[in-house]
Design a protein around this ligand. Structure first.
Ligand SMILES: *Cc1c(COP(=O)(O)O)cnc(C)c1O
Length: 393
């Protein structure tokens, strides 16, 4: 008999009932150190007192009214994001997938309104993850995501990741946009080199295509900058945001320049829940905290400390680990064994990690994780690796 919850997930046999900072407690009282942060969502840790206060205050006033009416809190958050980024305008969603849908629609509508309806093709890269809607799986490609769900939305080509020659060949008069994650998340924590992003920007400009960055995972301070593309000094025309921006409350956004958004006039897009007062109150608080230069400097310092300790871990366990990659607190441990085995050994050592593609174990701790917790995390990963070695030997 089918489970009452649709069985689409491979869940670990762990049920958490409470959290505090970077720690989660199970129903049977065990305390786990959380290096997954709900897949880069709990950017400020669990039960963050400032977010709890903001959420409960707003919950006592107003949750939802719909976008039939003005939502002052939504405008405040949009103003803040516009002030902090390349963008001139923001649309709020409830998830990253919905942000991907709008990014695709916006790019196509832009060219349509400019009289170039044929320019509808979007170039993406293999290994990318843009969400699970029919449009987002068509954008991402990847057999696991698309098999059995056809016919797929046409108009996408996945190029080999990092292959600028392939991009040069593929980009042309039918290209509406190039879409990429500045730091590949699910695909294995791979950072696009700054020089490549600059070249991609130039290729888009030369060919009249828009550039879309998917910063759903790498944005909101995770890389040590508010948005990862700031490291390269390359701005997109459209950017998708979600995960960390709500600190655990569902919230996503599409940020765009005035030019890129010019086709999206009244009636062309909408959302019932998107940008509701509750989500936007929390999102504004997260944005205020994370965008503080002192906070971002701390993310960078913690990242340096963590990375140094992880290099030591790799050196101590050469049969388990191969190296450290990533940027800021979006780190990957390249493994010599299946990363799910390390994740499972981590459960026994009471530390939570997330697997990714290409044999990479993802480490995405809360951005405000304590230094002592970073040291404890590495000690627990060391225990997990030692247990795996004992097993293998
Ligand atoms: C998680 C993710 C998405 C999808 O976000 P959801 O909120 O799960 O819909 C899209 N892009 C990237 C890069 C992601 O990491």
């Amino acid at each position: 008999m089918i489970a009452s919850v649709l069985p689409t997930y491979n869940r670990a046999p762990l049920a958490f009932v409470s959290g505090e900072g970077s720690w989660l407690t199970t129903d049977d009282g065990r305390r786990f150190l959380d290096l997954g942060a709900g897949i880069a969502v709990n950017a400020l840790g669990h039960a963050n007192p400032e977010l709890v206060a903001t959420l409960t205050e707003q919950a006592g006033q107003l949750w939802h009214v719909s976008n039939l009416y003005e939502i002052p809190g939504q405008k405040k958050l949009a103003d803040a994001l516009v002030g902090l980024t390349f963008a001139d305008t923001v649309f709020f969603t409830n998830s990253g997938t919905e942000a991907a849908e709008l990014a695709i629609k916006m790019a196509r509508k832009y060219h349509y309104e400019k009289g170039d309806a044929e320019r509808s093709h979007i170039l993406t890269f293999q290994g990318s993850f843009h969400g699970r809607s029919t449009g987002a799986i068509a954008a991402s490609g990847g057999d696991k995501m698309i098999k059995g769900f056809g016919p797929l939305m046409p108009g996408f080509t996945q190029l080999p990741w990092g292959d600028l020659a392939a991009l040069k060949d593929a980009i042309g008069p039918d290209t509406a946009a190039v879409m990429l994650e500045p730091i590949l998340g699910e695909g294995g924590i791979k950072v696009w080199p700054d020089a490549d992003l600059k070249e991609i920007r130039a290729l888009c400009d030369a060919n009249g295509a828009l550039l879309i960055f998917d910063e759903v995972q790498c944005g909101m301070g995770r890389s040590g900058r508010l948005f990862a593309h700031e490291w390269a000094g390359v701005n997109p025309d459209i950017m998708m945001v979600a995960k960390g921006i709500g600190g655990g409350f569902p919230l996503g956004a599409v940020l765009a320049t005035e030019n890129a958004a010019s086709g999206m006039v009244a009636g062309t897009h909408g959302s019932t829940y998107g940008g509701n007062p509750l989500a936007c109150a929390v999102g504004l608080k997260v944005t205020e905290i994370v965008s503080d230069p002192a906070f971002l400097a701390e993310v960078g310092r913690k990242a340096g400390l963590f990375r140094q300790k992880l290099e030591g871990l790799v050196a101590a366990h050469p049969t388990v680990f191969e190296g450290v990659q990533g940027q800021g607190l979006m780190l990957g441990l390249k493994c010599k064994i299946a990363p799910v085995d390390v994740v499972k050994a981590g459960y026994a050592a009471e530390v939570l990690t997330v697997p990714a593609a290409e044999n990479v174990l993802r480490l995405l701790p809360a951005l405000n994780i304590e230094d002592a917790d970073l040291a404890e995390a590495v000690a627990r990963l060391d225990r997990a690796a030692t247990a795996l070695e004992a097993h293998a030997g």
